[in-house]
Design a protein around this ligand. Structure first.
Ligand code: IMP
Length: 429
């Protein structure tokens, strides 16, 4: 009963999609367990670039069944946009290929308007959300008046529920945030159409996956966002509203912990972040531009969901050790390694300094992250093009030393190094 979890070990955008795509060739099910269409997974197959926000990246493999777990918040509009887009590429997302938990929550236009209104009200304390309604949808879940996918199976009652949720939302939008009200009749009618289309996809995901694991099938949980954006363990309040860390997969899919085999952490060979919040190793000017790119290439550091330029910096091994601890990561994939080519020296953050004290572990989780100064070690760079490397021996010696340094400091093996966006641009160690 092999159950593996792939998680982002940074602030999201680590290249999880390409690793899921690689590992899902052996998986029967690929399941998302947290978040919603705030995620952005880019997969490059030949001349085709797939950008997915909601449907698991593993759907690209014809023999893999995608699953959306109960821990997710689902915007039906995005779901059907993605299903239509994939159909244009010849990938038919039929109910046989995608199962959706009855207990996942639904994002409505109220949540999206509320997300924008809340951000505006925060002023310079803005979180920099993706404005997809994620926080407000999870707030409704915790408040116990959210709409769930299973509600869609009961048409008339569902229409009334949507109607009353929009009307309740309008009162807050208008009176608290002075924002425009939404058309409850129109939204209810639209959501009835979605309900009819979603019905054949709805399932008890916990039961399905547990049964299949007992049958010896392989299930891969696809993390979204990243460990450092976790609601409990991330850089609160600059976090998302769910638990993207690996333990979230058990809750978010309704699985017991007994099935777990591996937790694979994906980290860039440097660090990036979209949105606000502390970032100790952030770089600007030449290093920043070299790491980010200009936006000309699809792999440059601009958000898949929002198009925003990402903040970039040197690899932070204090945070990586923290992510390994809070997720139970057993092996690492190091992505975007080719971007380091030509930078010399390369810097790696091995510890933090604060008030004359050196910290190799975060003393109080991610609180007060902004108060630390990174302690760097310089590493020799390389100039050789690594994009054609497919084996460990083909990597320049300085590149090998960089990987070895990461392993030595974080204490777990790097099993994959990605050297470009294409499927085959991967060194398996
Ligand atoms: P929200 O998830 O839209 O509420 O946004 C909260 C924070 O998480 C913001 O800083 C977003 O930029 C960030 N975020 C959410 N999803 C992703 C993602 O998939 N990759 C990177 N950052 C994300």
């Amino acid at each position: 009963m092999p159950f593996d979890i792939i998680v982002g070990a940074q602030w999201g955008d680590e290249g999880k999609g390409r690793m899921v795509d690689h590992l899902s060739t052996h998986a029967d099910y690929v399941a998302r367990y947290s978040g919603g269409d705030n995620a952005g997974h880019t997969i490059t197959v030949g001349d085709k670039i797939f950008k997915l926000h909601l449907i698991p990246s593993g759907i690209i493999n014809p023999d893999t069944i995608g699953v959306l777990g109960n821990g997710m918040v689902i915007n039906p509009r995005t779901l059907f946009e993605e299903i239509d887009k994939l159909a244009q590429y010849g990938i038919e997302v039929t109910p046989e290929r995608l199962r959706i938990s009855h207990a996942a929550h639904i994002i409505t236009p109220v949540h999206i308007s509320m997300d924008a209104a809340l951000e505006k009200s925060r002023g310079d304390q803005m979180i920099g959300t993706t404005r997809r309604g994620i926080g407000p949808a999870y707030t409704d879940k915790a408040n116990r008046h959210g709409l769930r996918i299973g509600d869609m199976l009961n048409g008339e009652v569902f229409a009334d529920k949507v109607h009353s949720r929009v009307k309740a939302g309008n009162i807050i939008l208008k009176t608290v945030y002075n924002s425009p009200e939404l058309d409850a009749d129109m939204i209810a009618a639209q959501f009835i159409e979605y309900a009819q289309k979603i019905a054949p996809y709805i399932d008890d995901v916990s039961f399905l996956l547990t049964k299949e694991l007992k049958n010896g099938k392989i299930v891969l949980a696809e993390g979204s966002q990243g460990a450092l954006l976790d609601l409990d363990h991330g850089s609160y309040p600059y976090v998302t509203s769910s638990n993207p860390t690996a333990p979230g997969a058990f809750i978010g899919l309704g699985l017991g912990a007994n099935h777990l085999r591996n937790v694979i952490g994906v980290t860039k060979a440097f660090q990036s972040r979209v949105g606000e919040g502390p970032f100790p190793t952030e770089q600007f000017e030449e290093i920043g531009t070299a790491l980010r790119g200009t936006g000309k290439n699809p792999w440059d550091e601009f958000g898949t969901t929002t198009g925003r330029p990402r903040r970039v910096g040197w690899l932070d091994l204090v945070l990586l050790r923290y992510a390994i601890r809070t997720n139970g990561i057993s092996s690492l994939a190091l992505t975007k390694f080719d971007i380091l080519t030509g930078l010399d020296p390369l810097k790696i953050c091995v510890a933090y300094e604060s008030s004359g004290k050196i910290h190799t572990e975060l003393p109080m989780g991610m609180s007060n992250l902004g108060s630390f100064t990174p302690v760097y070690e310089d590493m020799e760079g390389w100039t050789e093009d690594v994009t054609g490397c497919r084996t460990w021996d083909e990597l320049p010696s300085q590149a090998q030393a960089y990987v070895k340094k990461v392993e030595a400091i974080v204490g777990i093996p790097v099993k994959w190094v990605s050297v470009g966006p294409e499927r085959e641009q991967l060194v398996t160690i």
